[in-house]
Design a protein around this ligand. Structure first.
Ligand SMILES: Cc1ncc(COP(=O)(O)O)c(C=O)c1O
Length: 461
């Protein structure tokens, strides 16, 4: 089967096409019905009040026929584009054959294991095992916590301030967001957090790195963080995505790999948001040339948004037995087919390079904007995971500015998302198949909106 259509031909259009105010009448109706019937935990439509009909490539159509450019990709899921026909067609064939096989082997499962093995970072290819549990990224994190405890016989686990690893009790314990956690305590015992090396908080990136590494060494020795002995593992995002697109200084992951090896503590790299080409390599670990002891993947590995996650780890750690990490849905086969096809598609069209090129363009445009706009205090990212941070002249976060930008972008047909505990970072993570024209049109809209929102604010005083 030819690997087609090419990225340029995946989309509904190259620019937004709106037919009226947002939300339109049919969206309004569905939003009202959802509010009556679904739980208060629904969150996304509060910021982006639309009801979705369909999506193709980097475009979304709502139920009123409005077409949007999508700079969020379902929060880093649709890397090869929404409803990519090359991926969807074979996933449909698998659905017709069989969807659920628990963990019995199928051709599709073995093909996917081979595909994941081939793109794993460092020395993991042909030296790893892959565990499937539940379909969410959070579940892969839970598996990795159990794996680290099982292999080391230790109980302590370490995460980073502002890290985000998911919403279940173990993943939540590792996350560094007290606002997410405080209503659900007590969580796991023996959890420590260390500061992530955020260059914004220090005079130089080197200083940020050294400050973090000193804390990491102390905690991993069992001398800090309230732990009585070295922990089982430390969980790290190569770039903190939800925490505000924080890009650590050069050398961070390499140093972490050395320190964890020296202390005999496992280093688990959470590639759930940064994986599958998002940062311009298959995994962000590849930029550093490291081999994680274990890594978690999710989001984009199900190809077109089919739910799938996995924990991939060094073969020597495969000491546990059958059902040590159990679950009914141990790898959804149509999602596995979709994942294999997505990997082929990324490879065929060199979407890693495209992510790097398009990401540079988006960052350059944001930096130009930064020249005129004082409250846009920082632009950062790698590949197509980009953050733009908004603060006032005293350095106080401006979540209301980012909220207005998001709302006004939607009114102009551009979907953008946010990040940061304070919600003051605009996060751009479009599909890797975004065309040059879509990138330009989207940035023209964003530029207009940012100028108007920030000028208005300055005018208001
Ligand atoms: C880095 C990271 N880890 C874990 C998760 C949790 O994944 P899921 O929402 O699929 O459970 C997320 C979700 O945003 C994430 O960004």
């Amino acid at each position: 089967m030819p690997i087609a259509p090419p990225p340029e031909e995946l989309h509904l259009s190259q620019r937004p096409n709106l037919s009226g105010p947002i939300p339109g009448p049919r969206s309004g109706d569905l939003l009202d019905k959802q509010a009556v019937t679904e739980a208060n935990t629904v969150a996304y439509p509060l910021s982006l009040p639309i009801a979705i009909d369909s999506a193709q490539g980097a475009t979304i159509e709502d139920v009123d026929g409005n077409v949007y450019l999508d700079f969020s990709a379902g929060i880093g899921v649709a890397n090869v584009g929404h409803s990519n026909p090359y991926v969807v067609e074979t996933a449909k064939e698998q659905l017709d054959a069989i969807a659920h096989t628990i963990d019995f082997p199928t051709e599709a499962r073995i093909e996917f294991l081979d595909a994941l093995n081939s793109i794993a970072p460092g020395t993991l290819p042909d030296n790893n095992r892959i565990a499937f549990g539940g379909p969410t990224g959070t579940n892969a994190i839970e598996a990795s916590i159990k794996l680290a405890k099982y292999n080391t016989g230790r109980s302590g686990i370490v995460g980073f301030d502002r890290g985000y690893h998911g919403g279940t009790m173990g993943a939540l314990s590792l996350s560094g967001w007290s606002s997410y956690k405080s209503d659900f305590t007590p969580l796991l015992p023996d959890v420590a957090h260390v500061p992530y090396p955020n260059p914004q908080n220090h005079e130089t990136p080197e200083e940020a790195l050294e400050a973090t590494l000193a804390e990491v060494r102390a905690v991993l020795s069992g001398r800090a963080g309230g732990l009585d002995e070295p922990p089982a593992g430390i969980w790290v995002e190569p770039i903190q995505g939800s925490g505000g697109v924080i890009v650590p200084p050069e050398g961070f992951l390499t140093e972490m790999a050395e320190i964890t090896a020296a202390h005999d503590v496992l280093m688990i790299v959470d590639e759930i948001q940064t994986g599958m080409g998002r940062t311009g390599e298959w995994f962000a670990s590849d930029h550093a040339g490291i081999t994680p002891d274990a890594m978690t993947v999710g989001k984009a590995i199900g190809g077109v948004g089919l739910p799938l996650s996995a924990t991939i780890y060094r073969e020597e750690l495969d000491t546990w037995g059958p059902s040590a990490h159990a679950g009914t849905f141990r790898g959804h086969v149509p999602a596995m087919v979709a994942g294999t096809r997505a990997i082929e598609y990324i490879d065929e069209y060199d979407l890693l390079d495209r992510a790097t090129r398009t990401g540079s363009y988006l960052q350059d445009r944001l930096r130009e904007l930064q020249q005129q706009c004082h409250s846009l205090v920082d632009v950062r990212g790698r590949g197509l995971l980009i953050g733009a941070e908004f603060c006032d002249s005293e350095g106080a976060p401006l979540p209301e500015v980012v909220g207005s930008i998001q709302t006004q972008c939607l009114q102009r047909g551009l979907v953008v998302w946010t990040a940061g505990i304070e919600g003051h970072v605009l996060r751009l993570l479009p599909p890797l198949v975004l065309t040059d024209e879509q990138a330009r049109v989207g940035m023209d809209i964003l530029q207009d909106v940012v100028e108007s929102v920030t000028e208005e604010r300055e005018y208001d005083g």
